[in-house]
Design a protein around this ligand. Structure first.
Ligand SMILES: [Zn+2]
Length: 576
């Protein structure tokens, strides 16, 4: 049986328990060459179906080297190619020699000119279903794996970082070295992650460090200085941190997301380097994934809200614990604004605005939006409000304990909720959130005196988060926008959160300087959170400018971001 619509993995076949990886990183050919060994839970016989995408398979053998029969099926557009291996009796694993394609969807290879430090840089992004372009494996979160050993042969002036425990570096030649890792905690394959570059650490606490290219290391250490206190707040709320270290790697600007919760080593966009620590909620979010997402994991992309809704909820609880209820409510208000944008975007595809989705035949990258994040948050907040916080917090601890290191469905969550807090889901109308499109009329609202004062104009914003909430409720009026710009210097702010919100208002108001502002944002970052809304607005108003800017910026974008922008440009030209 194949329970995950995005994987060929068959749960009636042997399941991988652990992998070993040995890969040579070739920057000039933009390939990884090497092998993976898969170790099974139980010896088995018969077929083993693996996920692959754009891989060249050189050989498949048993663990001790006896050749095995295999067949690589033609590629399917979303899933890639099934690799079917025929296992002899009592097979305890398989060893596959292979190479990746320069177009591997999990990898981005950066030229020295595209990095802050002027050295080549490589990073992986495996969520949701890109791990299969790195290595042949069972690419479904249902099958968690440990990593016995991962060995990366890299140019010796560069260093590999992996979301795993470092076992040091072995010299291999005059020009190359081998960086060695292991990962004792079982992870879903989408959390396989590594980067290779000229990076240096800054210690933040005995268990936290930030890594960055040299020119950005000090700025990153300043921005993320609160990581340890966030980690402690997380432990207070959700129980012990299970992953030993918590490090942060500052990515190049092309990184398509705000952050990626790779265990032990969050990858984070440099667009959060606002210089004033105003955007560190991204760190609270990625750290919260240590419990929600990495410890308790969605069984497939259909249940993505279990990862992201819980994590937004956990992130705001951490913010509340550290900075107070008013701050958490400001973030909730901003999140509600993001959710509305996503609901509008999917007006013609309302099925994608349910929490529980059916993504058979749909690319999860295409279905990606704020909905599982912010609608999921609102459901959990609703459950908290109906249950009362003490009972809800007891439930959360029990939930994280019951399903730790497991991958679960929405049904598993609902059944456990019913055993712990009978009747709560019905009283809160949980299924309205889970299985209906849009947002129920009685969804919770962010509320605080500060928020009301800011929205009514009765208070001046005191910090960037408050300013953002004000901007999000500002009408696109030329006079008003000029006044705000001279008061707050919005078109020159370092914070892309503020600047992109302001640029959107300028574009909506038809101000020509909006196009210049848009151009600057779009060339500065490859983070989809900013690309999507700005390209959408720009393409609606000035499609030629949108196309021109994209032609200049494209080389600096990740392929996931390119797909998104190209879809936006195509859609807008179709509407005209
Ligand atoms: Zn997340």
């Amino acid at each position: 049986m194949r329970p995950d619509p995005h994987s060929y993995a068959d749960v009636d076949q042997p399941r991988t328990r652990s992998i070993d990886l040995a890969l040579r990183v070739n920057f000039s050919r933009r390939t990884l060459e090497g092998e993976i060994a898969l170790h099974f839970h139980e010896p088995a016989v018969g077929n083993l179906d693996l996920d692959t995408r754009d891989l060249r398979i050189d050989s498949v053998t048993s663990l001790d080297g006896a050749p095995l029969r295999y067949e690589l099926a033609p590629a399917q557009p979303i899933l890639g190619s099934r690799l079917r291996v025929t296992l002899p009796s009592r097979a305890d694993g398989a060893r596959i020699r292979y190479g990746t394609s320069p177009a591997a969807s999990a990898l981005q290879w950066l030229e020295p000119a595209q990095t802050a430090g002027g050295q080549s840089f490589l990073f992986s992004q495996c969520q949701p279903i890109h791990a299969r372009s790195l290595a042949p494996l069972q690419d479904t979160p249902r099958i968690r794996i440990t990593i016995g050993s991962a060995r990366f042969t890299v140019p010796s002036q560069l260093r590999t970082l992996m979301a795993a425990a470092s076992k040091g570096r072995e010299p291999s030649s005059d020009t190359e070295a081998v960086d060695v890792f292991e990962m004792p905690q079982p992870i879903p394959p989408y959390l396989l992650a590594f980067a290779v570059g000229d990076v240096t650490p800054r210690e933040l606490s005995p268990r936290c460090a930030v890594w960055a290219e040299r020119p950005l290391a000090d700025a990153a250490a300043y921005e993320f200085a609160e990581a340890e206190s966030m980690l402690r707040a997380g432990e207070e709320l959700f129980g012990p941190y299970e992953w030993d270290r918590y490090d942060v790697l500052l990515m190049p600007p092309s990184f398509p997301y705000g952050g990626m919760e790779n265990p032990r080593l969050t990858f984070v966009t440099p667009s959060v380097l606002a210089g004033d620590r105003s955007l560190v909620s991204v760190i609270a979010h990625e750290l919260a994934h240590a419990w929600t997402g990495n410890l308790v994991t969605n069984a497939s992309a259909n249940d993505f809200w279990l990862n992201e809704g819980f994590t937004v909820y956990a992130e705001r609880r951490i913010l509340e614990a550290l900075y107070g209820r008013d701050v958490a409510e400001l973030h909730a208000a901003s999140g509600r604004h993001d959710l509305q944008t996503a609901l509008d975007r999917f007006a013609a595809r309302p099925e994608l605005t349910r929490l529980r989705t059916d993504l058979e035949g749909v690319d999860p990258d295409e279905a990606y939006s704020s909905v599982p994040y912010e609608k999921g948050y609102l459901l959990l907040r609703k459950l908290e409000e109906v249950a009362g916080r003490p009972a809800w917090d007891r439930f959360l601890r029990a939930y994280l304990g019951k399903f730790r290191f497991q991958s679960i469905t929405t049904d598993d969550f609902l059944q456990f909720l019913e055993t712990q807090l009978p009747g709560l889901a019905a009283r809160a109308g949980a299924l309205e959130f889970i299985d209906r499109p849009g947002l129920p009329g009685d969804a919770p609202q962010a509320r605080s005196a500060r928020l009301e004062a800011l929205r009514s104009g009765g208070a001046e914003p005191r910090n960037p988060t408050e300013l953002l909430v004000v901007l999000q409720t500002t009408a696109p009026d030329v006079t008003k926008l000029r006044e705000l710009d001279s008061r707050w210097d919005l078109s020159r702010r370092k914070s892309l959160e503020l600047r992109h919100t302001f640029v959107l208002l300028q574009l909506r108001a038809g101000m020509p300087e909006g196009v210049d502002g848009a151009r600057r944002v779009l060339l500065e970052t490859g983070r989809m959170r900013y690309l999507r809304p700005i390209y959408t607005e720009l393409a609606r108003r000035d499609p030629a400018a949108a196309r021109r800017i994209y032609d200049d910026a494209r080389a600096g974008y990740h392929h996931i971001a390119r797909t998104v922008v190209e879809a936006v440009l195509k859609e807008q030209s179709a509407e005209r």
